[in-house]
Design a protein around this ligand. Structure first.
Ligand code: UGA
Length: 474
């Protein structure tokens, strides 16, 4: 049905009521934070268990600080949860769609089933002027395709508008990144949509947060371009680590020296086991896939190399562990410290740590995995590995220790103390997170990818490095 009011002249709702559809990692955080910022929010999901947990004040995953904010939001009366799409359609002026776009089975493409279904479910019930806002990471062109789809199923036709607002939050910092983002990106097709989105983000814009208003395709592209850049930076320094290994150079010192060039910067330049998680790996693959569909595959062909470099880190880490296990992993006991794809998260999707543990197991090692938060998820993904409840249990009698996720608990461990627990003082620092000198001083054989094995060279270099405060951080 066509409307007589051009979309750009329709009034906006100053303090819009919001729904957040999909209460996974992104959606739950967004719903909670928007309620904390003062909006009335309805969280919607098809998963009744998840909705019941959230409504009872429990976050169904590990994210520092989110539990407290959830409870505060519920107590304020501004946040509720439901599985009822009719209620959601009646309630919302602005509907944020935050469902997942995982890698499709047997393909590098993104699986769009959840996105398509969420947009269709809500749009087919909306019978008054409203804005649908996609936040999921999607292939370029999705928003334009969805605009046609939602306008064809909604009773109000083209009165129902669609915008794209990519999300840049990092796991482990989700609350901070949502409430105080680096920037906001508003992909819109009309000035009404822009004004309505600005009203929905007013408290954040009032903090002088930079905002960039774009067309729909650019907004979609910003997200994959950002994640591709970050992945490339990590693989770049890991590629340099490979060169370092062949030359006896030290990739940590190299990264430190590069990081002082403000054009390069030290963030995401930390070498090690590489990137994992539910975003970077699948996003670069889906980007290549989509670019090939669009006939511009060559432009992002380098991302295939970025992916390969990243995968090699896992294999090379296993090589190092095998080397320390006297060349044969069969029957050796390996302490695998960490399973999550990064610290302060219980997420094991495409986790380099778990991949390494699995490879070790496949070569016949007895792998004792300990992660402060991710054991349960890891066990669900790979039930064959041994999971223990403490670092101490993992270390007892170990032939080689492998640090695979740099949790603080592992970083601050005393090499002398933990040396008493293991069978052999041999450690592979997969995350370049430990003090090599301290370990070597306590009689450990310490190895890390891209760092020289000769202790004297290392000591010399580390003295030099101690003189300078490195701006290397993630
Ligand atoms: C990433 C992006 O950083 C977010 O901006 C984005 O919103 C999010 O994906 C998403 O698409 O939803 P996240 O997956 O939470 O966030 O994790 P990161 O902090 O980016 O770390 C990704 C991986 O890179 C981790 O496995 C980490 O260990 C690794 N990494 C990071 C390195 O190996 N070296 C570094 O220097 C930094």
């Amino acid at each position: 049905m066509e409307t007589s009011i051009p979309a750009s002249e329709a009034p906006i709702t100053d303090h819009p009521k919001m729904t957040v559809i999909g209460t996974g990692y992104l959606g739950a955080t967004h719903a909670v934070c928007m309620a904390v910022l003062g909006f009335d929010v309805l969280g919607v999901d098809v998963d009744e268990k998840k909705i019941a947990l959230l409504a009872a004040g429990t976050v169904p995953f590990f994210e520092p600080g989110l539990d407290e904010q959830l409870r505060a939001a519920l107590a304020s009366g501004r946040l509720r949860f439901t599985t009822d799409f009719d209620e959601a359609a009646r309630f919302g002026d602005v509907h944020f769609i935050c469902v997942g776009t995982p890698q499709a089975e047997g393909s590098h493409a993104a699986d769009m089933r959840y996105v398509d279904s969420a947009f269709t479910e809500i749009a087919s019930r909306i019978d008054r002027k409203a804005l649908l806002v996609g936040k999921s990471t999607v292939p370029i062109g999705t928003a334009s395709r969805l605009t046609e789809l939602v306008q064809s199923v909604s009773p109000i036709g083209s009165e129902l508008e669609l915008a794209w607002n990519p999300e840049f939050l990092r796991e482990g910092f989700a609350v901070k990144d949502t409430m105080h983002p680096d920037r906001l990106v508003f992909g819109v097709a009309s000035s009404w949509a822009q004004r309505q989105l600005e009203a929905a983000f007013r408290p954040i814009l009032d903090e002088d947060t930079p905002s960039v208003v774009t067309d729909l395709a650019t907004a979609e592209l910003v997200k994959v371009a950002a994640n591709s850049f970050l992945a490339t930076k990590i693989s770049y320094i890991n590629a340099m680590a490979e060169v370092c290994e062949a030359t006896g150079a030290d990739v940590n010192l190299l990264a430190t020296a590069l990081s002082y060039d403000s054009r390069i910067g030290g963030r995401f330049l930390k070498p090690g086991l590489g990137f994992g998680g539910g975003c970077l790996p699948k996003d670069i693959r889906a980007f290549v896939y989509r670019a090939e569909e669009l006939g511009v595959g060559q432009a992002v062909g380098f991302l295939k190399e970025v992916d390969k470099i990243n995968q090699r880190r896992r294999v090379r880490t296993v090589d190092l562990i095998r080397e320390l296990a006297d060349g044969d992993l069969a029957g050796k006991k390996i302490a695998a410290l960490g399973a999550a794809f990064k610290p302060n998260s219980d997420d094991v999707r495409d986790a380099p740590a778990l991949d390494v543990a699995r490879f070790l197991y496949l070569e016949g090692a007895t792998v004792m995995v300990y992660d402060p938060e991710a054991n349960e998820n890891a066990h669900r993904a790979y039930p064959d590995l041994n999971y223990v409840d403490s670092m101490r249990e993992a270390l007892e009698g170990a032939d080689v220790v492998a640090l695979l996720t740099e949790w603080d608990e592992f970083r601050i461990a005393d090499p002398a103390e933990i040396g008493e627990l293991v069978a052999h003082r041999r450690i592979v620092d997969g995350r370049h997170a430990l003090d090599a000198d301290a370990y070597r001083a306590d009689g450990w054989v310490y190895r890390a990818l891209g760092r020289p094995t000769d202790p004297q060279t290392v000591a010399l270099h580390e003295d030099a490095r101690d003189d300078a405060e490195a701006p290397l951080h993630r």
